[in-house]
Design a protein around this ligand. Structure first.
Ligand code: ADP
Ligand code: MG
Length: 694
């Protein structure tokens, strides 16, 4: 038992006065089991009931507390039951209260002469200001107002705010003194301007009447920032712990003689960039160790991640281990298959294909090859299905990680698990992750960056053109293709229903096919069968198709170096990283490429800014930073679905400036104060989220 277990913090909520089994069950639904959980059950927002606004000064659209005497009350039943109560105060203002749901007893209570205090949003009614279903109470003259702002907590059915506030009040009374509560050593807090935790908790739960309400609403109040720091620190520590646990597993040491790798590299028609070589070395070093590698390789589109993946795969094959490479779409997986077969089959290495559409006999064959120890298996989610059994899986490579959740990553890893022995993992992503985020969101992964493009890539020139000039753009495409260039025409829709999108693409295909008579125009969209898609892509790659009308299925990874012109329709609807991914499909060869962003008015301010950014830069890191700024981290990382970054007070975009300090303090705590680090995680994340076996 730890020292603090006997203290207030860990006592069950039922030890608090007034908390019986029913209330305890409701609290449990909120993830609250002990007193400490209540301390960290933080308000969502605040209401100001510390003052009474004279009715004459009410502002439409704002929430306010008012007080007055009922001048008239009327129960109507014309269209639906309605209780209308006219309230007046000394400011000679009046206000109408409207209730559509009410009990008779309630109506009986609201008689002329009764004094009410109400809180609600003021809106403009037909005959002046009104409040619909305000919160109200009967009061005597001179009843005191609240002396602090009223917190509104996340709650659950059957547990009202008032009751919850009461319980939290009781719990706060048990807050120990500063020294005991504080887990971040003073020396580390010094210089960061972080106040005490005790003070911060008392302030966010019960902000004084003069607290800065707008700072509180934005989460920028000093007390909230103090908590945000601690929450980010906790997140960082827990990811570090997750990583430490992973390090407890063992993995095959892939420290082969380099023979295959050397043969592969010397057969390539190009030499690796310095960045590719550096990352290869980082990966090789990890793989050679008997602990599992967990490395994120990030590199802008076209930076050449596939070669790096192939080199890693060969390290495993050299030692007789199998490799699985998983990609998020069939198109992309198939392209990897093509590349890897082209590179590796000449070396005598078997590459097996396993995707959802591999069925029947082919599937049986693939499965038995995998079970029999085939060196390399390339595929989609299908790799994770039951029935896929590896003989000795030594390395898992996942392309475009942000489209898969952590759980999927782990599921594939577990395919190769043999007791404490797990495969190495390598994750490739083309969405460059801003450094600050990488430190936090990916603290459980080591990160390598391929921060250099292969030489000779002419930058893509980007222009932004109004949709009304579509005709000119088509004309320009005709000229370019007449000179032997190839082009993409990308169709997008707001609602990405595959069906509608496919229809839209078909319409454009027909239009371009007739406008560009003499040129071969093909179509690829998500509703087509894998085989059809592949045939079209092959023809495009072979240069038999001049213009490829495509939906965003081509967003990820497609590599046709001769394609040098891209038109993106309704570009104003796409996010920055999607635009960047799309644009990355051109500019892969040595011809000068261009990208036309067609937009249709009206364009929002944010969309205009996105288009501007696209025109100004092709630096994936700058674009990612900007994306983060415009959209927030959940979307950038695609972590919404994985649920791994839900914070109570912290906000990665807003609080990113704290991250360097978080990292510093985190390292120091793990080294010098591991027990406190452990208690921090327990405090914020609690037993429920313990990663027993990540
Ligand atoms: P991405 O990082 O976007 O996945 P790819 O691995 O698809 O990039 O590589 C893009 C293109 O660049 C491919 O045609 C690949 O063969 C080529 N390539 C990769 N590395 C180099 C290099 N060092 N020099 C020249 N071309 C390269
Ligand atoms: Mg790629």
């Amino acid at each position: 038992m730890r020292a603090d277990d006997t203290l207030a913090a860990k006592r069950p909520v039922t030890d608090l006065s007034g908390v019986g089994p029913a209330l305890a069950r409701a609290l449990q639904r909120l993830g609250v089991g002990c007193v400490q959980d209540l301390w960290f059950h933080l308000p969502l927002r605040y209401e100001d009931r510390t003052r009474i606004t004279p009715m004459a000064e009410l502002v439409i659209g704002e929430r306010a507390q008012i007080e007055g005497v009922i001048e008239a009350a009327e129960c109507g039943f014309r269209y639906r039951p309605q209780l209308k109560v006219a309230l007046g105060d000394d400011s000679t203002g009046t206000l109408l209260l409207r209730f559509f749901h009410f009990r008779k007893a309630q109506a009986d209570q609201l008689q002329p002469g009764v004094r009410l205090r109400c809180y609600g949003e003021v809106r403009m009614g037909a005959r002046g200001p009104e409040m619909v279903h305000p919160q109200y109470q009967r009061v005597g003259v001179d009843k005191a107002v609240e002396d602090h702002l009223t917190p509104i907590y996340p709650t659950t059915e059957g547990l009202g705010q008032k009751r919850l506030r009461g319980v939290i009040d009781n719990a706060l009374a048990w807050l120990p003194d500063e020294r005991e509560l504080e887990l971040i050593p003073d020396a580390m807090r010094e210089g960061l301007g972080l106040g005490s935790l005790r003070e911060a908790l008392l302030t966010v739960h019960r902000p004084p009447a003069d607290a800065d309400l707008s700072a509180l609403a934005n989460g920028r109040h000093a007390a909230q920032q103090r908590l945000a720091f601690e929450e980010l620190l906790t997140q960082h520590l827990s990811l570090k712990r997750l990583r430490a646990q992973i390090r407890n597993f063992r993995a095959p040491a892939l420290d082969g003689d380099d023979g295959l790798r050397a043969r592969f590299l010397s057969a390539l028609p190009f030499t690796l960039t310095a960045a590719q070589q550096r990352v290869n070395a980082e990966v090789a070093k990890d793989l050679a160790r008997p602990q599992p590698m967990l490395r994120l390789v990030q590199g802008d589109v076209g930076s050449g991640k596939t070669v790096v993946a192939a080199v890693a795969a060969l390290a495993a094959v050299e030692q007789g281990w199998q490799v699985a490479l998983m990609a998020p779409t069939e198109l992309l997986a198939e392209q990897h298959l093509g590349n890897l077969r082209g590179w590796l089959e000449p070396l005598g290495i078997e590459v097996v294909w396993l995707a959802g559409r591999v069925q029947g006999k082919a599937r049986k064959q693939a499965l038995s090859a995998v079970a029999g120890g085939a060196s390399l298996v390339v595929g989609t989610h299908a790799l994770m299905q039951e029935g896929v059994v590896f003989e000795r899986l030594g390395l898992v490579i996942i392309d475009e990680q942000h489209r898969f959740g952590v759980h999927q990553r782990l599921a594939l890893r577990d395919k190769g698990r043999d007791g404490a022995l797990v495969p190495h993992q390598m994750v490739l992503t083309a969405t460059p992750i801003p450094r600050t985020l990488a430190m936090s969101a990916y603290a459980d992964l080591d990160v390598s960056s391929i921060d250099e493009l292969p030489p000779g890539r002419a930058p893509v020139q980007t222009v932004v053109i109004a949709g009304s000039r579509r005709g000119e753009v088509i004309e320009r495409m005709r000229v370019a293709c007449g000179e032997g260039r190839q082009a993409y025409w990308v169709c997008t829709l707001i609602e990405e229903s595959e069906q509608l999108l496919a229809q839209a693409a078909e319409v454009v295909h027909a239009e371009l096919d007739s406008a560009l008579a003499g040129l071969s125009v093909a179509l690829v969209h998500g509703r087509m069968k894998g085989r059809e898609k592949q045939a079209v892509m092959d023809a495009f790659r072979a240069g038999e198709v001049a213009v490829l009308v495509a939906t965003t299925v081509i967003e990820v990874g497609v590599d046709v170096p001769n394609a040098s012109l891209m038109v993106i329709e309704n570009a104003e609807r796409l996010g920055l990283s999607q635009l960047h991914q799309l644009r990355g499909r051109v500019g892969r060869g040595s011809v000068a490429s261009s990208c036309v962003l067609l937009y249709h008015a009206p364009v929002s301010a944010m969309a205009r800014e996105r288009l501007q950014v696209m025109r100004e830069t092709s630096d994936g890191f700058r674009i990612a930073e900007k994306d983060l700024e415009l959209r927030g981290p959940g979307e950038v990382l695609g972590t919404r679905q994985t649920g791994r970054m839900e914070f109570r007070v912290a906000d990665l975009a807003r609080d990113a400036y704290l991250l360097p300090a978080v990292q510093r303090v985190g390292e120091a705590m793990l080294e010098k104060h591991p027990l406190e680090a452990e208690r921090l995680v327990d405090r914020w994340i609690g037993a429920a989220a313990r990663y027993a076996d990540a």
